[in-house]
Write a new protein. Structure first.
Length: 195
């Protein structure tokens, strides 16, 4: 394990992976994203984090550096939080790789329960998830999200999601709204509002 100083967050990246009864879910998509982010080959094996002694749903957070060295990992029990209120926030930054330094996202979120970021007039993501809207009986996801999530990629590959430029008006006219990430999967929200 690399023991580099964790204060150098800007060069560190991370993956959040769902563990179900100790087994990692959708590692192929996480590996694709990791391999796009690093400058050399990966120096650790994600499958080493499987633990069949674990029961229920757990969250694996793997921190690694840009050269593929493992920095740290943490496995914690997962409890899904409620998502009800989304504040629309204009942003002007990028987050193409899943950097450990999320200070720009954290600053945009501030003390709000959850945000939905808008960049150049188009919807991108929440602070922790990609989004989709149901319009004309088709699930649409932003063509240019802030972060290209693994669940989003999987659902595009399966044909379930279609990429589209989505405005705030599209969002407000949508029949349904969903969030997606490695931990919640694809979650259609029933009771939500945008501010």
């Amino acid at each position: 394990m690399n023991t580099t100083n964790l204060n150098e967050k800007s060069t560190y990246l991370f993956e959040t992976i769902r563990l179900e009864n100790g087994l990692l879910k959708h590692t192929d998509y996480h590996l694709k994203r990791i391999n796009k982010a690093i400058k050399s080959e990966l120096k650790f094996n994600l499958n080493d984090f499987s633990d069949t002694n674990l029961k229920g749903i757990h969250r694996l957070k793997v921190v690694y550096d840009e050269f593929g060295w493992l920095v740290s990992f943490e496995i914690t029990p997962y409890t899904m939080r409620e998502f009800r209120e989304f504040y629309l926030v204009d942003i002007n930054f990028s987050y193409e790789k899943k950097y450990l330094d999320r200070s720009k996202i954290d600053k945009a979120k501030g003390d709000k329960s959850e945000i939905l970021m808008v960049k150049n007039g188009l919807i991108t993501d929440t602070s922790i998830a990609n989004i989709a809207i149901l319009k004309d009986e088709i699930w649409l996801t932003p063509k240019t999200p802030l972060l290209y999530g693994t669940t989003r990629a999987r659902l595009i590959d399966s044909g379930f999601l279609t990429q589209s430029d989505l405005s705030v008006d599209d969002l407000k006219q949508a029949k349904s709204f969903a969030i997606m990430n490695a931990m919640v999967g694809f979650l259609t929200l029933k009771d939500y509002r945008f501010n």
